[in-house]
Design a binder for this molecule. Sequence first.
Ligand code: FPP
Length: 253
Amino acid sequence: MPSDPAPAPIPRHLAVIMDGNGRWAQRRRRPRMIGHRAGARAVDVCIDFCLETGIEALTLFAFSSENWGRPEDEVGALMKLFLGALEREVDELHRRGVRIRFIGERERFAEAIRARMNAAEAQTAGNTRLQLSIAASYGGRWDIAQAARALARDVAAGRLAPEAIDEAMLGARMALADLPPPDLFIRTGGDTRVSNFLLWQLAYTELWFTETLWPDLDAATLRRALDAYAGRERRFGLTGDQVAGTQPQENNA
Ligand code: FPP
């Protein structure tokens, strides 16, 4: 009897650039903020999808280091939106087994938001069903620089010899070092760039882009991304023949 085909591989870790909120609103002749509010609803769609499909980790780019340079009223309104989302959503996410954490320069946020971030992390720290990381005031270059600074401190304190520094050691100081690196990266909104997101961690991630604007995200779009992922051959720098044997486990280095 023919055996059942092997199930399509599901990414363990999905990283997403949620782009297109502003254009979604402009197409409706509405203020950009309406697009961000619709974008917050799409975050729920994405989390639901991960919980349903068994994706273990989801990392969302919510606000980049560069986004602080947007018009003051948009930044202020986004901060209100983040605070409101933290106040409303955390209990429900906790109930569903989601662990929440924030990566980025937290010191740049107002005290009220920082306090909510800390509380959300503490409340959900024991959850294991989905690791949800929100990149906020985050940049991949910032991440590499802060990891280098941590190593430099160890060298200056005499705890570490510069010659001992290797990729694994730097990788261990990067954000998300305790998670497997992203298997799949999705960017909505039609642009095909990485925009300073997880530069280190995306080294061998499969990239997938869609014209769909973030607020229009639905399960069918995410399913298309997973289907594309299932068709990719991940070689991690080896040959096709080599990976046809046993696939090496990539680590964060
Ligand atoms: C990019 O679209 C989106 C942002 C800079 C903000 C992302 C925020 C959300 C999705 C809403 C809330 C998120 C959480 C985690 C509660 P854009 O404004 O650059 O769109 P455009 O390219 O069409 O102008």
